[in-house]
Design a protein around this ligand. Structure first.
Ligand SMILES: [Zn+2]
Length: 225
């Protein structure tokens, strides 16, 4: 295997960078699919390419292991985590538990603590992409996924719980990794977020039902294994 991982980001990387900077570059490369699932991250190769010492590298990798983005296989090394196709159903089940719980918490908060502004902004951007289109090109698909994940992350943040938010972030990372390999996204998935936002505003049982429905729709269309 070549010592060059071929990462575009590495060319702009400064030697003597910090753990946080290195983990950010590696995280982005994994989440975008630039470093595909199953890629081995050899310590020497990565340290050489990024011009960092072993200790900085190990600390950055430890962060990514904790986030589930890379996996340490004893006696084999460090690899970008592989998410088998069947796992996506489990990810969606976990999403449902967390998102429904977050919406219940959001509904229980005083109205003046719940700001729908950031969700409105995302819905507006989604509509710009989806409007009048029956098909999205690769670039639009990438933007659509980013906006979709962002919408749900903000929705969970609105629960007001830092712990639920933290749990959700790792699911969100797995979603990004999975969908980096499944490049389809229909325009109607974007427009469905407006319905969801309307239901969330009711702050009652209909918001829970809409959240479940929203998460069941895409699962029905995912590949089964
Ligand atoms: Zn969504």
């Amino acid at each position: 295997m070549s010592t060059d991982l071929g990462l575009r980001a590495a060319t702009a990387f400064r030697p003597s960078s910090t753990v946080g900077e290195l983990s950010t570059v590696l995280r982005d490369a994994i989440l975008s699919g630039e470093l595909p699932q199953g890629t081995q991250l050899r310590e020497t190769a990565v340290a050489t390419q990024f011009g960092v010492g072993r200790s900085v590298l190990r600390e950055a990798l430890r962060e990514l292991v904790a986030e589930g983005l890379v996996t340490h296989k004893v006696n084999h090394g460090i690899f970008v985590t592989v998410i088998p196709p069947g796992e996506i159903h489990d990810i969606y089940r976990a999403r449902e538990v967390i998102e429904v719980g977050a919406v219940e918490m959001m509904n229980a908060r005083p109205a003046d603590e719940v700001d729908f502004g950031p969700l409105e902004e995302i819905v507006a951007q989604m509509q710009q992409i989806a409007l009048g289109r029956t098909h999205l090109d690769d670039d639009q698909v990438r933007q659509a996924f980013r906006l979709d994940l962002r919408f749900h992350q903000i929705m969970v943040e609105m629960s007001g719980s830092t712990r639920i938010n933290r749990l959700y972030r790792s699911l969100n990372a797995e979603m990004s990794m999975y969908f980096a390999n499944v490049p389809t996204f229909k325009p109607e998935y974007l427009t469905q977020h407006e319905e969801l936002l309307q239901a969330l505003r009711h702050r009652d049982e209909s918001s829970i039902a809409a959240t479940r429905l929203h998460l069941h729709r895409p699962v029905d269309q995912l590949p089964h294994s």
